[in-house]
Design a protein around this ligand. Structure first.
Ligand SMILES: Cc1cc2nc3c(=O)[nH]c(=O)nc-3n(C[C@H](O)[C@H](O)[C@H](O)COP(=O)(O)OP(=O)(O)OC[C@H]3O[C@@H](n4cnc5c(N)ncnc54)[C@H](O)[C@@H]3O)c2cc1C
Length: 430
C-alpha cells in the first residue's frame, strides 16, 4: 500500500491529513501518517490568546493522537530535520523526555508522497540580542512560555508597594500578531483584578508597538490600519511607527536613532520566514523567505512526489508576488494539494492552485475588530468593523474546525468552547 507522509499538522497540514484519511486512508487505499513535533494542535492565529492567557490549550487544542484514532491515520511525534528525496525517506530527531532521557532514537519514515507543511518562524533579521532576550509566538510552547512570564510579572506589579510601578511590554512588529497581542494584554491586565490581583489594572500596564515601516498593519489597507491604530492609542498603547530596532537588550529595545524603549517583557513578532533547515538541506529551490518553490499543482520544483503547502510554500503568482503566509492560504492550499494527491491515486489530471484573497481582519480583543472583505464575497474590497467583522473573523476558525472535525463534531466542539468560555475562568492562571 502506498504511503503518504505529512510533516506539520498545523492550519494547513491537519486539514489536509483529515481529507486524505477520509478519501484514501479509511478506504484502505493508502497509509496516511502525520508527523508533528508537538502533541497538541492549536490553530496558530490563536497563539497570541494562549500567550495572553485568555484561552487554554486543554480546551482549545486538539490532541493529535486522539484525532488520528478518530480519523484513522497514524500520528508520529517527532521533529523532522532531514530528508532523502532520492531514497524517499524522512529522518526524525531522537525524542527526549523533560528530564533529557532519550525516549526514542533517531527514526526514519519512508514515503511514496510527502507533504511539507511545517509553517514558519519569526524572522529576527539577524538583529543582535533578539534570540537571547525576546519572546516569540511561533509555537504553542513559546506562547505558553510568554504566558508564564506574563503571570509572574502581573503578580510582581500587583504586590509592588510603589503606586507608580507598572509592567512594560514592548512588541516589535506592528502586524496582526503584534497589534492583536497588545489589545489582549490590555484586556488581561483588567481581568487580573478579578482573579486575585486587586492592585492590577490596565492603568499599570504600558504596551509599546515598535514598527519599522511607516504604519502598522502594512499588509492591510490604510483605512484598516488607521482604524486599528486609533483603537490601540485609545487604549493607551504607544504605537511607534518608522522606528527600526537595531538591538535587543535584557531590559529593552534600542532603535536605530539611539532611543531606548525600556521593557520588562520583550516580544518579537516582525516578519516570518520558513525554517532555515529547508534551505540548509540543499534539496529544494527556495526564495528569500526560505519557502520551498512549487509548481502550479503545489508539487516542489525538484520532485513531483513532494508537495509543500502553507507558510513554508513559495508560490509565485502571475503578477510576480508571493502568496502571503496566512491561515486562509494554508486552508486553500490544503484543499488543492489533498485533491491533487487523491487525483494521482485515481490517475486523474491535477488541478492548478490559485490564491483567493477573501480579505483580512484584525481582532483587537473585546475592543474592536476591523478588516476588509474582498474577492468572491463582494465585487471589490469592502471595509467592515464591529459585530460583522467579528463574525467573519470567527468564521475562519470555524471553517478550520469543520475541516478537521466534520460538520457535526465541529459544531459540537465549537459549542463546547462557548460553554467552557462561559463557565470557566476568563484568565488562565498557571
Ligand atoms: C499570533 C498569530 C496570529 C495570526 N493571525 C492570523 C489571522 O488572523 N489570519 C490569518 O490568515 N493568519 C494569521 N496568522 C498566520 C497563520 O497562523 C499562518 O499563516 C498559518 O498557521 C500557516 O499554516 P501552516 O499550516 O503553514 O503552519 P502552522 O499552522 O504554523 O503549522 C505548522 C506545524 O508544523 C509543525 N512543525 C514545524 N516544524 C516541524 C518539524 N521540523 N518537524 C515536525 N513538525 C514541525 C508545528 O508544530 C505545527 O504544528 C497568525 C499567526 C500568528 C503567529
Amino acid at each position: 500500500m502506498k504511503k503518504i507522509v505529512v510533516v506539520g499538522g498545523g492550519a494547513g497540514g491537519l486539514e489536509l491529513v483529515t481529507r486524505l484519511s477520509k478519501k484514501l486512508g479509511r478506504k484502505g487505499l493508502a497509509e496516511v501518517i502525520l508527523v508533528d513535533r508537538s502533541k497538541t494542535h492549536v490553530w496558530k492565529p490563536l497563539l497570541h490568546e494562549v500567550a495572553a492567557g485568555v484561552i487554554d490549550k486543554n480546551s482549545d487544542g486538539v490532541d493529535y493522537r486522539m484525532h488520528a484514532v478518530r480519523n484513522k491515520y497514524q500520528f508520529q511525534l517527532g521533529n523532522m530535520q532531514h530528508l532523502d528525496s532520492e531514497k524517499k525517506f524522512i529522518v526524525l530527531d531522537p525524542l527526549f523526555d523533560d528530564e533529557g532521557q532519550e525516549i526514542l532514537p533517531e527514526r526514519t519514515i519512508d514515503y511514496d508522497y510527502l507533504v511539507l507543511s511545517m509553517g514558519s518562524v519569526c524572522n529576527d533579521f539577524g538583529t543582535p540580542g533578539v534570540a537571547e532576550h525576546c519572546y516569540f509566538l511561533d509555537s504553542l510552547k513559546q506562547a505558553e512560555r510568554f504566558h508564564k512570564a506574563l503571570l509572574n510579572q502581573l503578580l510582581r506589579i500587583n504586590q509592588s508597594s510603589t503606586e507608580q510601578s507598572s509592567l512594560h511590554v514592548a512588541i516589535v512588529g506592528g502586524g496582526a500578531t503584534g497589534t492583536e497581542l497588545a489589545a489582549q494584554l490590555h484586556h488581561v491586565a483588567n481581568l487580573a483584578r478579578a482573579y486575585g490581583m486587586p492592585e492590577m489594572s490596565s492603568e499599570r500596564l504600558r504596551v509599546s508597538i515598535i514598527e519599522a515601516g511607516p504604519r502598522i498593519l502594512p499588509a492591510l489597507p490604510e483605512r484598516i490600519a488607521a482604524s486599528a491604530k486609533k483603537a490601540l492609542t485609545d487604549l493607551g498603547v504607544n504605537v511607534m511607527e518608522s522606528a527600526m530596532v537595531s538591538e535587543a537588550t535584557e531590559d529593552g529595545f534600542i532603535t536605530k536613532t539611539g532611543d531606548k524603549v525600556e521593557a520588562d517583557l520583550l516580544v518579537w513578532s516582525a516578519g516570518v520566514k520558513a525554517p532555515e533547515f529547508l534551505v540548509n538541506m540543499g534539496i529544494f529551490e527556495t526564495n528569500r523567505a526560505n519557502q520551498i518553490l512549487v509548481n502550479s499543482h503545489l508539487q516542489t520544483t525538484v520532485s513531483t512526489d513532494i508537495f509543500a503547502i502553507g507558510d513554508c510554500c513559495g508560490f509565485q503568482q502571475k503578477d510576480g508576488t508571493w502568496v502571503p503566509p496566512r491561515a486562509q492560504s494554508a486552508h486553500q492550499m490544503a484543499s488543492v494539494a489533498a485533491g491533487n494527491i487523491i487525483n494521482l491515486f485515481k490517475g486523474k489530471p491535477l488541478k492548478a492552485y490559485e490564491y483567493r484573497d477573501y480579505g483580512s481582519l484584525v481582532h483587537l480583543s473585546k475592543y474592536s475588530t476591523v478588516g476588509s472583505l474582498m474577492g468572491a464575497l463582494v465585487n471589490s474590497s469592502m471595509f467592515i468593523e464591529g459585530r460583522l467583522a467579528r463574525l467573519v473573523y470567527i468564521s475562519l476558525y470555524n471553517m478550520h474546525q469543520y475541516a478537521i472535525h466534520g460538520w457535526f463534531k465541529g459544531t459540537m466542539t465549537l459549542l463546547g468552547r462557548k460553554v467552557s468560555n462561559f463557565v470557566g475562568p476568563k484568565l488562565k492562571l498557571h
